[in-house]
Design a protein around this ligand. Sequence first.
Ligand code: MN
Length: 255
Amino acid sequence: MHILVSNDDGYRAPGIQALAKAMEKFGRVTVVAPDHNHSGASNSLTLNRPLTVEHTDGDRLYVLSGTPSDCVHVALTGLLEKPDLVVSGINCGANMGDDTMYSGTVAAAIEGYLFGVPSIAFSQIDKGWAELDAAAEVAQRVVQRYLDSREDDRAMLLNVNIPNMPLSALQGIRGTRLGKRNSAESVIREMSPRGFPIYWLGAAGKPADAEEGTDFWATSHGYVSVTPLQIDLTNYKQVPTVRGWMDGPVVGNEH
Ligand code: MN
């Protein structure tokens, strides 16, 4: 079994080092990770310049001058043999609800999934990896359960959020759906020392849908949250409506 490990916090982050070590239980581990922090990179690819790869630590670590998606993309399209599993993280901070749209951690897993490889994103709630050993142990158990339980070879994309607490304090593991956040807080405006305004994006919104069954509910009650994700953004319920409005020639035949 060959496992590709990536993240968005950069290859030096304690989270990816702990995750890579935890994955050694299942086979050969290769890390392909960004050279610096790309949190919030979402699924961005670098198309306006070439990427460089620094190859260190035998065949185990490749440091790439690109985004999380670049890392997995390059790994799967020529740098490595196709792995059996892609894991991403362990991110410093939650990726729940709407966060999944912006997350580089989730994006690295999405890239693996788009290439047909089972992919799992791991994030730890709160900043600072205070209970990183516990999170790495959880990652190991989630992967073990997935490998033991999957019914066929069809790849899944799982988003895992782990409360920042010791293993003994965790209540268990729960399958969940994504919750929803309120809109993000206001942008923070400051004056640059050179006299023009500068802006810092405000914090993510507080949970708006944190009902039982959501990732927010599970983690706030001490459970590890495991959400299966899909990529198709089509709003199927609205397709007939839009067809009714739009279908016809571009010019003429106005309703
Ligand atoms: Mn991050």
